[in-house]
Design a protein around this ligand. Structure first.
Ligand code: AMP
Length: 282
């Protein structure tokens, strides 16, 4: 695996790969890698891609300074995992490399409705930061395929919109299912910060999502939404949302709809840790 810290050097290297007919598969991450990230690397490799992973803890997408400062960093272990997975290139830039003119000068994008709901509403400025960094990374890496995780459902939709805004019609976006721990907790870098008792409770988000799915046949979302809110509160969570939405455009739904593909989404805090999860309803 070749490690680059400078964008220009990575670009020169990838130019030669593209001239030699390699297809570039790109997996952007913030590091503290786990099996969920590696599943994206595996997907790219299985599709025959020349696999480029980036690790960059992007300051502009953290609306909460403490969350940024306490975000786990484990670069040596990450490199080892990427080597084991057969990743071809790791891009490991500094903040200055990604924002040479400062974070304020970097281009921002308008995601409209998507930025006003759920994660957008609860994390002001978050998607602005995501747009900045993904726009910059796409410009450097110019991948054929971009690999994302369903774990960040709304982010996937924002990045699809970014693709549209940037006119990258040839870019293939591949969304992979969420990898989970045995008890159902979605794998996440932030899970490392959970204390043992918090960790024991954290799978409750997934259990709530399953109950939203199961109770679809009963047909009253507001009842199961209240049950989930009450249960999470009783166990010490601070719930930000328990929501049901159209899976295609994230239009929020008050109730289950027949013939609409639906996604249930939850965000809740336990102690200092903010957890999110979602499932597509069958
Ligand atoms: P992050 O490092 O959290 O920014 O995540 C980098 C990429 O990995 C994003 O596309 C995430 O959606 C994806 N990802 C994170 N957690 C998981 C998971 N548990 N399963 C699959 N993909 C994931």
């Amino acid at each position: 695996m070749v490690i680059f810290k400078e964008a220009a050097q990575l670009r020169n290297f990838l130019n030669i790969k593209v001239e030699n007919n390699f297809n570039i598969g790109f997996i952007p991450t913030m590091g503290a890698l786990h099996s969920g990230h590696i599943s994206l690397i595996n997907n790219a490799r299985n599709e025959g891609m020349f696999t480029v992973c980036s690790i960059f803890l992007n300051p502009t997408q953290f609306n909460d300074k403490k969350d940024y400062e306490k975000y786990p960093v484990s670069t040596d272990a990450d490199i080892e995992m990427l080597l084991q997975a057969g990743c071809d290139v790791l891009f490991l830039p500094s903040v200055d490399e990604m924002y040479p003119d400062g974070t304020d000068k970097m281009k921002t994008y308008d995601f409209g409705y998507l930025d006003t709901i759920l994660e957008g509403a609860n994390r002001p400025g978050h998607f602005k930061g995501v747009g900045q960094i993904v726009g910059r990374l796409l410009d450097i890496v110019r991948p054929h395929s971009l690999y994302l995780g369903q774990k960040d459902y709304q982010q996937c939709m924002v990045i699809k919109k970014l693709k549209e805004i940037l006119g990258l019609s040839a870019l293939n976006i591949v969304i992979s299912p969420t990898l989970r721990e045995q008890d159902g907790l979605a794998m996440s870098s932030r899970n490392r910060r959970l204390t043992e008792p918090q960790r024991a409770l954290a799978a409750l988000l997934y259990q709530c999502l399953i109950s939203i799915q199961t109770k679809k046949t009963a047909g009253d979302f507001s009842i199961v939404q209240k049950e989930c809110n009450d249960l999470l509160t009783a166990k010490g969570f601070i719930t930000e949302y328990v929501a049901l939405a159209d899976a295609n455009d994230l239009r929020l739904l008050n109730n289950y709809e027949n013939n609409t593909p639906m996604v249930a989404l939850i965000a809740a805090r336990i102690g200092e840790i903010r957890l999110i999860d979602n499932i597509l309803l069958q």
